[in-house]
Design a protein around this ligand. Structure first.
Ligand SMILES: *Cc1c(COP(=O)(O)O)cnc(C)c1O
Length: 394
């Protein structure tokens, strides 16, 4: 399978794979590997910092959030320029986007979300509901599946201001039908905010074509931006003029260097910015965005499906005691799969000791997240064999 893999040459572009003690890296959906190019780009950025000093801001850094945002938007989000910017953590951007979206639906009293969304999404929305006095309407989902469009149709009404969901569920890997759900929310007059953390860089996304209002996502997962690399936020062009986010910082003001009295939001997507952007944190992701631009997201998705099918086939044969906690139809899931077994919690440290790195998600899920650009089929085989061995050895 590795010999026939059209993306097999990409693996050599990653830093230190062969020198590593890791024999199976199955957590690319939590923290992607660095590319060699990214490590060089970071070194070059430090050199630029030492040489250009404060001049670097005017020469390049000031525009970086929107130039990288535009590139990410074009290659991975189906977003025309001027709608995507990089900055803050996903959590902080979720807050800013949700607050800004709610202000566009005055008089509406509910936020629709689901019980199995990523914790930060649930907590941020709980905090907003308490802060501004809104109700949360929870869609209860099976943790091995996800939110169907029908469930959203049932949940929304003329009270709904905003629907916030994950495109790919962090635990089950369920891939939501973002286009149908967006339509269902709009039919009730509500706005949608998609969390793309687990889909960006692994499944095709068409925000403009789907009519999405707002989106947010990580860059340290499939985009290999490095630990804590800043998130991206998308605001559809049609909303930008009316959109106000709640953290009025100088960097999101019109003419920030005028240092003038009073906040006036910058034109366009820059108004989503609050403070000084994390320039060094934005450097690494460019390499993976460019790599996906070259190979195409469809090739990435095709390999991603083959990798997860391979993992499930092997598990069926080698780990028969485990239950699949993900959709069985690959068209209904993203880039990772979860297996459930009562002994996975204790198995995890033993797997890590042996250089096999999946992650564990409570209550008893082992999550396998192969990253199509850097993970080989052999790694998946080694990983599943080791899981079987560890379970067989009490
Ligand atoms: C990883 C992830 C996050 C992470 O948020 P941070 O602010 O970067 O810690 C948020 N939402 C989802 C769905 C995720 O998968």
């Amino acid at each position: 399978m590795d010999a026939a893999d059209p993306l097999r040459d990409c693996r050599a572009l990653f830093h230190g794979i062969d020198e590593s003690d890791v024999v199976a890296y199955l957590d690319g959906n939590s923290l992607g590997r660095p590319t060699i190019e990214a490590t060089e780009a970071i070194t070059a950025a430090v050199t630029q910092w030492s040489e250009r000093l404060i001049r670097g801001w005017d020469e390049q850094w000031f525009d970086l959030p929107v130039t990288i945002g535009d590139r990410l938007g074009r290659v991975l989000l189906g977003a025309a320029p001027g709608q995507t910017t990089i900055g803050d953590s996903t959590t902080v951007l979720l807050y800013k986007l949700a607050r800004g979206a709610l202000a566009l639906r005055p008089g509406r009293t509910e936020i629709v979300l689901d019980t199995d969304n990523f914790p930060t999404d649930r907590y941020v929305l709980e905090g907003i509901a308490a802060e501004v006095g809104l109700e949360l309407r929870w869609i209860t989902v099976d943790p091995a599946a996800g939110v169907e469009a029908d469930a959203v149709r049932d949940a929304v009404s003329d009270r709904t201001a905003l629907v916030v969901l994950s495109h790919v569920a962090y635990r089950s890997g369920f891939l939501a039908d973002a286009e149908s759900i967006t339509l269902a929310a709009h039919a009730a007059g509500a706005l949608v905010l998609w969390d793309l953390c687990h889909s960006v860089g692994s499944v095709p996304i068409e925000l403009d074509a789907w009519g999405v209002d707002f989106a947010v996502g990580c860059t340290y997962k499939y985009l290999n931006g490095g630990p804590g690399s800043p998130a991206f936020g998308y605001v559809h062009a049609a909303h930008q003029e009316a959109f106000r986010q709640p953290i009025w910082g100088w960097m999101g003001r019109r003419d920030p260097f005028e240092m003038a009295a009073g906040y006036v939001p910058a034109e366009g997507i820059r108004r989503l910015i609050s403070g000084t952007p994390a320039v060094l944190g934005m450097i690494a992701m460019r390499s993976t965005i460019d790599l996906i631009d070259r190979v195409g997201i469809d090739a990435v998705r095709a390999k991603s499906i083959r990798l997860t099918e391979h993992a499930l086939d092997l598990c069926r044969d080698l780990v028969p005691g485990a239950r699949v906690g993900s959709p069985l139809d690959p068209a209904r899931r993203g880039g990772h799969v979860t297996l459930d077994h009562p002994r996975f919690r204790e198995a995890l440290p033993r797997l890590w000791d042996r250089g096999v790195l999946p992650d564990f998600r409570a209550p008893e899920g082992l999550r396998l997240g192969p990253s199509p650009l850097s993970t080989s089929y052999t790694e998946v085989l080694t990983g599943v064999r080791t899981i079987a061995e560890v379970l067989a050895d009490p």
